[in-house]
Design a protein around this ligand. Structure first.
Ligand code: SF4
Length: 382
């Protein structure tokens, strides 16, 4: 029997990413059009989802998919080893979400059927969220912990559990029978996607902060259109979240050649004047800090790498750069019996012209452009 091309590509796929993307698109979160707690990262984006707008951009999803795979493995291990309640739905009339893990307290555990009872109850019922991070984000995680958006998301999960309990749906009816649970704390478990390092951050559950998160959701729900909602992030090229946002084009418009997407925010000369004035003000504010940074950098020159107080010093760079080895190339050509191209020696010709005080002829290269720099000077009063 002959194997068709389609069968061969299924038997020996060059990449598993198409399958991973297809599986990800079928996940409940990817199909969700109601506002979900995990959609509360950006107000404008939450608005697009809530209004059922069709995504305009595919975005790069491989990192997110890897994160999902890691989640599944870690959560399954926590369920098998400790009996944690994992991946469960919580919802009310306005918002819903999937909690990564709940570690119930002793009292709540005693109300569960034996087979669902955890081997390790918590001192107080804890809602846990696992976040996978790249090595580039790791230092920020260790220094600052969860972002405002991440805290908002988990506060919403915890508040839904505290006020409604687990959703009464197939597969978790017994959990739903527990009713609202007394959530005592929330926990973030950050995992470094590169080396597996983990970092745990815990905080008491605060009903007041949860009210703030609910208020944020109410603002999104109250908007007549997504465009009425603020953009939480500064846009493509300045924020990785915007770079990978499925509504990037809806939010910022189609790219204009040679212009940054943020330029759509300035409509007329009055706005240009305000933006320029703020640019000057911010430049003046950061100048002393930049100068001080240069001084401190100079003082640290030659210091040995290592831990000093709360910070770890290391150095990178300082290595010889690579350049084309023309002699080796000529030798290789000769070995292979190829003729060595005899291009004019531009550097020597330029040097000769300069010695003779003759200007070096130049032409415009339209394929390469100089970087566009902004220059602002004080306007002369008439
Ligand atoms: S592009 Fe950025 S600002 Fe716009 S909706 Fe997406 S995340 Fe929000």
């Amino acid at each position: 029997m002959t194997t068709t091309a389609a069968e061969t590509s299924r038997e020996r796929p060059a990449s598993l990413w198409p399958a991973a993307h297809a599986a990800d698109a079928r996940r409940p979160r990817s199909l969700q059009t109601k506002i979900g707690a995990s959609d509360t990262v950006c107000a404008r984006r939450a608005g697009y989802l809530l209004h059922g707008r069709t995504p305009t951009d595919a975005g790069e999803k491989r990192k997110a998919i890897l994160g999902t795979f890691l989640h599944v493995g870690m959560l399954e291990a926590a369920r098998e080893e400790y009996g944690w309640i994992i991946e469960r739905r919580v919802e009310d009339d306005t918002i819903r979400g999937h909690i990564d893990a709940v570690q119930v307290d002793k009292d709540t555990a005693s109300r569960l059927p034996k087979r669902l009872r955890p081997s390790l109850p918590a001192e107080e019922t804890t809602v846990e969220d696992i976040k996978t991070k790249s090595p580039f984000q790791w230092d920020t995680v260790l220094r600052h912990g969860a972002s405002d958006a991440e805290v908002r998301q988990v506060l919403l999960y915890a508040d839904l559990l505290r006020t409604e309990g687990f959703a009464d749906i197939d597969g978790q009816r017994q959990l739903a029978r527990l009713g609202p649970l007394p959530v005592g704390r929330i926990r973030f478990r950050f995992i470094n996607r590169d080396n597996g390092d983990d970092h745990v951050q815990e905080m008491p559950f605060s009903a007041e902060r949860a009210r703030g998160a609910r208020w944020w959701v109410e603002q999104v729900r109250a908007a007549q259109a997504p465009e009425d909602l603020p953009r939480t992030f500064p846009g493509p090229g300045l924020s990785a979240i915007c770079d990978n946002c499925p509504f990037k084009t809806a939010c910022w418009g189609a790219a204009i050649a040679g212009q940054r997407p943020q330029s759509i925010l300035v409509h007329d000369d009055a706005e240009r004047e305000r933006t320029l004035a703020e640019y000057v003000e911010v430049s003046e504010q950061i100048k002393p800090l930049k100068d001080r940074l240069k001084e401190l950098r100079a003082q640290l020159d030659g210091s040995k790498p290592g831990a000093y107080g709360d910070n770890v010093l290391s150095w990178s760079g300082g290595k010889p750069t690579k350049a084309d080895d023309v002699d080796a190339m000529v030798a290789l050509y000769r070995q292979a019996g190829l003729s060595v191209p005899m291009a004019p020696d531009a550097a020597a010709m330029k040097a000769q012209l300069k010695t003779a005080d003759i200007p070096v002829p130049q032409r415009l290269d339209h394929d390469r452009r100089t970087a566009v720099s902004i220059n602002v000077t004080v306007r002369k009063k008439p």
